[in-house]
Design a protein around this ligand. Structure first.
Ligand code: SF4
Ligand code: SF4
Length: 260
């Protein structure tokens, strides 16, 4: 007897929709993807969306409104497995780069004045695991095609994803690149999850950290190394916080408190 297909939903919260687009961009694999599973929800790709129980939800984007918070809680309630899909969902992305609530409120006012938000109240942007349990994290800005297809395949067969755990520096070394840090260029390769194929350092461009931080990133060590190389605190902080959201912002908060 044929096995039931998995019911899958692709959701987009606050982000650029680059991860959902990555799926649509899998041109040759798109028909097999839609044939192998029942894609119940995918606003970017289909109009007949059914918001019922799911085996798997891929959630892109961070939570930046009350409405998104409710939507995410509802997705979690209906889904057996929730995957944080892309950097914004995993760590918050650019919109969650700084934690300071006072500054967030100040900035909101600066941009929107006393605007009355009738659709949904904005909240300080956070990664999805600030609100719900996340089963797996698929990093990237956007997620890499190879890593998405491998994860999708494994989850369809009931297996957990196998993801890169090492930093960009490993891939960079495989290419035998000269290290940009040795040329006093601010490169975030040591802190950033591999999987992109070190595409930037391969072209002499420093890594900006767009795949988010590795679990074992030694932030203190990189921070001190960059300070010793003469970079100022603001430049380091801005670069490190750029794509890595709350994770890096929390580091700087702790660091600041320790220095008091
Ligand atoms: S250039 Fe950047 S990514 Fe490559 S080894 Fe040096 S620090 Fe790591
Ligand atoms: S910025 Fe870093 S993580 Fe992003 S693609 Fe370039 S090398 Fe890879």
């Amino acid at each position: 007897m044929a096995q039931d297909k998995l019911k899958i939903g692709v959701y987009e919260l606050t982000g650029c929709a680059g991860d959902a687009l990555l799926i649509v961009d899998c041109e040759e694999e798109l028909v097999p993807i839609f044939t192998a599973a029942d894609i119940e929800v995918f606003l970017m790709a289909k109009s007949d969306n059914r918001h019922g129980d799911l085996d798997l939800a891929l959630v892109e984007g961070s939570v930046s409104t009350e409405k998104e918070k409710e939507e995410l809680l509802d997705i979690r309630r209906r889904s057996k497995i929730v995957v944080a899909f892309g950097n914004c969902a995993c760590v918050g992305g650019i919109q969650a780069a700084f934690l300071d609530k006072k500054n967030w409120e100040k900035n909101l006012k600066k941009v929107y004045g006393n605007h009355d938000f009738s659709h949904s109240q904005p909240v300080q942007s956070k990664p999805i695991d600030a609100f719900v349990k996340v089963d797996y994290y698929l990093p990237g800005c956007p997620v890499g095609k190879e890593q998405f297809l491998s994860t999708f395949n494994r989850l369809l067969r009931g297996n957990p994803p196998e993801l890169y755990r090492f930093p960009v520096c490993i891939e960079c070394k495989w290419q035998e690149n000269d290290c940009l840090l040795n040329k006093d260029i601010l490169c975030l390769g040591p802190l950033t999850l591999g999987g992109c194929g070190s595409v930037c350092p391969d072209h002499n461009i420093p890594c900006f950290g767009c795949w988010g931080p590795t679990e074992e990133a030694n932030l203190t060590s990189e921070y001190r190394l960059l300070l010793n190389k003469g970079f100022d605190v603001a430049a380091i902080k801005n670069r490190m916080a750029n794509y890595s959201g709350t994770r890096i912002a929390e580091f700087f908060e702790t660091f600041r408190k320790e220095k008091r």
